[in-house]
Design a protein around this ligand. Structure first.
Ligand code: TEU
Ligand code: CA
Length: 552
């Protein structure tokens, strides 16, 4: 029975669960070693069985693949490694039959340098496309300033024919688009509306907080015109249809998130913010300099986001994506307690307010990888290795950073079964499969009764069953406890109670026995004999139904 309060006043995406697919690593249909659209179509049964409502597809548009598709050379065509436009149309149609919407990844901060706009733009300063990008005069060897690109090196690239530099926040093959130019903005809106007509269910907006850059002032994210641009973009495109939109915003604070996700729908549905991800990068520390994970800080960040966006905005809930290490290897335990800790992290996240995202393989508890340096494929990882070697770092130290944080941790092929290459391809995979596929794979977890997959499946089902998952008010419990993460969510009909032991030691349960009327909705241990202790990574979710206690 579904609680009918869920559907009444809320948009569909507030009770939805979204699954992210990184297409090149998901399923290969033609055995060239690269995942593709037909591969995804062949797995729609699996995804419907899991219960998800939408797929966020990492970029599949035409691209030289310098940054695995985040460098787009034609926004209205599909890259041949993934298939054709017909395959994309087939995916949209077939997914719909499985009640699944397709969310496209829009990369609007930059294009590929092989996009026709950039090819034209660099022909002359007078070319009509020149101003689609960000140029500055200068002299060779003396860039306008010392800004750095995210993947290493200067953010400025010299073009001798024009005697100008162009600006790129990511690789040299990803020139930044100039959003100050209204003609460029209009081209982007036309392109998005073309996709909306094709039946796209929503959009994920790559580094959207970086579009309003002002490099002369060293401004990259949260530029002065950012929200003006987003509101225009939304008005001209998204608001015309019933879509979900999620902006990637590394620079988002709760205050900014309330603007982005204003319930009046003037901007986006929600943003991805990264405060709970970058906890070890506080105080000027760089991503690659490893530091211990601060648990109390994690709790503080979640509490703040859950509380401040309540009725004023909307959260996205995620542990993983294609840029991040696997959560079970980061906050969990990918050895002895892999199953328990993966489920605990799922239960913890899925009880909160917001739209949960599951990154491919997360539902199986897939883990990080340790490659030899020559086996890495990611441009960021490879550039970092060279840069740090030159700076005099020890090889072992750099490898430790890559083991912990390389984006390739998330990009190993999906583990479907225990056959060669985990059933991902019969060809040679573009990136090596994690050798633990013999143990960790979908086929096994589909049959096992208490698998991680089954835990995710149940959490998705529960979200659709009880309105408290959507609108319950969050309250943090045991704030100062250094190993327990516990909270309640409450609306007029229900109270949800979630309690998790975050570490591998058995501890005393700081909470009192839940009332006998409270029902255990889900947990990660088979039997609960005693309430006085919490076992390693133990997680429990209880539901109190106020309607029942009224009646009885
Ligand atoms: O990522 C934005 C970004 O700044 C980081 O996630 C980046 O990948 C890295 O972690 C920096 O250390 C988005 C996409 O998700 C990513 O895959 C792209 O490479 C990037 O934008 C450029 O389009
Ligand atoms: Ca293929």
């Amino acid at each position: 029975m579904t609680d009918n309060k869920i559907s009444k006043s809320n948009p569909w995406w507030k009770s939805a669960v979204i699954y992210q697919i990184y297409p090149r690593s998901f399923a290969d249909s033609n055995q060239d070693g690269i995942g593709d659209l037909q591969g995804i179509i062949s797995k729609l049964d699996y995804l419907e069985h899991l219960g998800i409502d939408a797929i966020w597809l990492s970029p599949v548009c035409k691209s030289p693949q310098d940054d695995n598709g985040y460098d787009i050379s034609d926004y209205q065509d599909i890259d041949p490694i993934f298939g054709t436009l017909q395959d994309m149309e087939a995916l949209i149609a077939k997914a719909k039959e499985h009640h699944i919407r397709i969310i496209l990844d829009l990369v609007l901060n930059h294009s590929s340098d092989e996009h026709i706009w950039f090819q034209e733009a660099k022909k002359s300063r007078e070319n009509p496309y020149h101003d689609y990008y960000v140029w500055r005069d200068g002299t060779k060897g003396t860039p306008p300033n010392d800004m750095r690109a995210a993947f290493g090196g200067s953010a400025w690239e010299w073009v001798p024919e024009l005697q100008q530099y162009y600006f790129h926040q990511f690789s040299v093959k990803q020139p930044d688009l100039n959003w100050e130019n209204p003609k460029l903005r209009q081209e982007i809106y036309n392109m998005i509306n073309w996709w909306i007509k094709k039946g796209i269910g929503g959009f994920r907006l790559d580094v959207i907080d970086q579009i309003a850059k002002e490099p002369d002032k060293r401004i990259t994210n949260n530029g002065p015109r950012l929200h003006e641009f987003i509101r225009e973009l939304s008005r001209e495109t998204f608001q015309k249809a019933d879509l979900v939109t999620v902006g990637e915003a590394w620079g988002a604070t709760t205050e900014l998130a309330k603007l982005y996700s204003n319930p009046d729908n003037s901007e986006l549905s929600m943003v991805f913010q990264f405060e709970h991800i970058c906890l070890d990068q506080m105080a000027g520390k760089e991503k690659w300099d490893l530091a211990p994970l601060p648990f109390l800080k994690l709790k503080e960040v979640f509490e703040r986001w859950q509380t401040e966006l309540y009725e004023k905005g909307w959260n996205s809930l995620f542990w993983n994506n294609h840029d991040l290490p696997r959560i079970v290897s980061r906050w969990g335990n990918d050895g002895k307690y892999r199953v328990e800790s993966a489920k605990m992290l799922a239960i913890l996240l899925h009880g909160m307010q917001g739209t949960p995202y599951i990154y491919q393989g997360e539902e199986l508890g897939m883990t990080n990888i340790q490659y030899e340096i020559k086996e890495y494929r990611d441009i960021e990882s490879l550039n970092l290795y060279q840069e740090r070697l030159q700076k005099g770092y020890q090889k072992e130290e750099i490898m430790r950073s890559l083991y912990a944080k390389s984006r390739d941790n998330a990009r190993t092929p999906m583990q479907w079964n225990d056959k060669e290459n985990a059933g991902f391809t019969e060809g040679k995979p573009w990136i090596k499969v994690n050798p633990n596929y013999k143990e960790i794979h979908a086929k096994r977890q589909l049959t096992e009764e208490n698998s991680i997959f089954k835990c995710y499946q149940k959490l998705i089902r529960l979200r659709k069953e009880y309105s408290v998952f959507v609108d319950g008010k969050f309250r943090m419990l045991c704030k100062e406890d250094a190993s327990v993460f516990a909270y309640t969510r409450e609306n007029e009909d229900f109270q949800l109670l979630v309690i998790c032991n975050f570490y591998d030691k058995t501890i005393r349960n700081p909470l009192e026995e839940p009332e006998p009327s409270a029902k255990l909705l889900i947990s990660n241990y088979l039997k609960i004999d005693t309430n006085t202790v919490l076992r390693p990574y133990e997680a429990r979710m209880y539901l109190k139904d106020f309607r029942k206690s009224l009646n009885s």
